[in-house]
Design a protein around this ligand. Structure first.
Ligand code: G1P
Length: 292
């Protein structure tokens, strides 16, 4: 039997985060927090909860704090220990993977998402792997990537998370051309990156969770940069259609676009409401305190 186990995940985090300036002037946008965890922490936590063991950051200059976040913080931990702050210590150590399981590679120039994934090729090796875009945060009982992994274990091939978007927003996303569709799982017949609404083959968009076969790296290697001097992941994925199964999964839960200010605030509210500690008080604030 083919081994469909996915052990590695790639996190492209080299972006400049210009939409959040001045917040992101010296701090990576992936360190912006939704409630009490940075976006990168939410993504790595989701991967770990689904059984992924190796985490590959595709990083850029001036953003090494992202690597530090997954290291031990000896001085902090020492101080917390001495003061008997056990809860704080638990939180500080919450997501420090075993030594060697967080790898960082550099994307020296901003040549697009496809290029970022290609930069991880040596760390990924010859196995299927996951890709997380930290901007997309999903609130659900089950890790979104775990749902994709279940599909991948059944069907093999490539699997992407998808959701319907308003027609007039197709030019913000990778869009599917749909074959068979059972309402949850969609057979992908084609893929187009950010088509104009008039040309879009559907309004079913890719969101930032992917399970990809290692062959994508060969396609990315051959790809010419397109408009904006960017190598698109979607174009390389489109080349794999027909050679292996390719499915879109309408995942459960709600996705927030934390790459936009509105989506980021909405994520903080939704995750805040779901938080056992602050949820009830936040709910009260939203329903009563802002009513007047
Ligand atoms: C990227 C992908 C796009 C996908 C989107 C999901 O676009 O290129 O196919 O639909 O993420 O968030 P970006 O948001 O980086 O422009």
């Amino acid at each position: 039997m083919t081994d469909h186990r996915v052990r590695r995940a790639v996190f492209p985090v080299a972006g400049l985060g210009t939409r959040f300036l001045p917040a992101t002037k010296v701090m990576p946008k992936e360190m912006l927090t939704v409630v009490d965890k940075p976006l990168i922490h939410h993504a790595v936590e989701e991967a770990a909860a689904a059984g992924i063991e190796e985490f590959i950051l595709v990083n850029g200059r001036g953003k090494s704090v992202l690597e530090d976040h997954f290291d031990r913080a000896f001085e902090l931990d020492w101080a917390l220990e001495n003061r008997g702050k056990e809860e704080g210590l638990k939180r500080s150590r919450a997501l420090v993977p075993p030594a060697g399981n967080v790898v960082s590679v550099r994307q020296q120039a901003p040549l697009g998402l496809g290029h970022a994934v290609w930069c991880a090729r040596h760390a990924v090796g010859d196995e299927p792997f996951a890709v997380f875009l930290c901007d997309d945060l999903v609130l659900s009982d089950k890790p979104c990537i775990g749902e994709l992994l279940e599909v991948h274990a059944e069907t093999g091939g490539n699997v992407v998370a998808v959701e319907e978007v308003p027609r007039d927003q197709t030019n913000r996303y990778g869009i599917l051309d749909i074959g068979d569709d059972d309402g949850r799982l969609v057979d992908v017949r084609g893929l187009v990156e950010k088509p104009d609404p008039a040309d879009a083959p559907s309004n079913l968009s890719i969101i930032g969770r992917y399970i990809l076969l290692p062959e994508i790296m060969d396609h990315l290697a051959k790809q010419e940069p397109k408009a904006g001097n960017e190598i698109q992941l979607t174009d390389a994925m489109a080349k794999m259609i027909g050679n292996a199964p390719f499915h879109g999964l309408r995942f459960s839960g709600r996705r927030f676009d934390c790459g936009s200010k509105l989506g980021f605030i909405q994520a903080n509210i939704a995750f805040g409401l779901a938080d056992a500690e602050i949820g009830p008080a936040l709910d009260k604030f939203l329903n009563e305190d802002t009513a007047s």
